[in-house]
Design a protein around this ligand. Structure first.
Ligand code: HEC
Length: 218
């Protein structure tokens, strides 16, 4: 068990924060901590994938009246801080006809069980995390590196595509104020930028935050 625990922690540290953009949940502001299991990121998807299929514990007419697609529904069967007395954890170890998920579905793997155990032991909160840091960004550390890698090949002073130069702070501010940069990066006009593929959600959030802060030259 100790060994399983250790390797599970190692796997979690590698995988916990590489998910796709997460659903907004309460308490969404945390950056991902490797020792914490987050309900919205990691636990709810396990229930949705393994328990909520039709005829089981989904939204419509759930078995035993137990819907496992929402935090409140799951909490009906959870004693926060006490996984061994929580029905949703205990049933994972049943065998035969009582096995959950029921045969022919495979039992949950050890890492999934460990996540549910740890989430309950940590207080079974409705928590989530995001690795996108919009708080500590600055023009020089956050915005300029994005522009250098994603924009300057086409928007330097020697190659001003569309007449737009993005070489330094003053030019970027001018492009926001006069050239529709915000609409372009959010792909809401006829010139989505960069043309080939969108900036990531995190890069867009960092841009929006910097603009909302008044485009400081910091
Ligand atoms: C592969 C080349 C290329 C890259 C990379 C690129 N652009 Fe452009 N950009 C263009 C071209 C070409 C135009 C002018 C034609 C057009 O509007 O589609 C343009 C136009 C623009 C405009 C003016 C839009 C308008 O409505 O007139 C803005 C603002 C802009 N780009 C911002 C950016 C930003 C910000 C990035 C990086 C996040 C970026 N571009 C990356 C080629 C590029």
């Amino acid at each position: 068990m100790k060994r399983l625990f250790t390797s599970a922690v190692a796997v979690l540290m590698l995988s916990a924060c590489t998910h796709d953009p997460i659903n907004p949940g309460p308490d969404h502001s945390h950056s991902c901590h490797p020792d914490t299991v987050y309900f919205v990121n990691e636990v709810l998807p396990l229930f949705t994938a393994n328990c909520a299929s039709s005829g089981c514990h989904g939204d419509t007419n759930p078995a035993d009246g137990l819907s496992l697609t929402t935090y409140d529904g799951i909490m009906d069967e959870v004693k926060a801080g006490n996984p061994n007395n929580s029905e949703v954890y205990e049933v994972l170890f049943e065998t035969g006809n009582d096995q959950m998920p029921p045969p022919p579905a495979a039992p949950l793997d050890s890492l999934s069980k460990w996540k549910i155990y740890t989430w309950i032991a940590q207080g079974a909160q409705n928590n989530s995390c995001s690795d996108c840091d919009t708080a500590s960004g600055s023009f020089s550390q956050t915005i300029l590196p994005i522009i250098q890698s994603q924009c300057q090949s086409c928007h330097s002073s020697g190659n001003a595509s569309g007449g737009v130069v993005l070489s330094d702070h003053a030019h970027v501010v001018a492009a926001v104020n006069n050239s529709g940069l915000v609409a372009a990066i959010h792909r809401m006009n006829n010139s989505p930028m960069p043309p080939a593929a969108s900036l990531s959600d995190c890069e867009l959030a960092q841009f929006d935050k910097w603009i909302a802060d008044g485009m400081p030259n910091n």
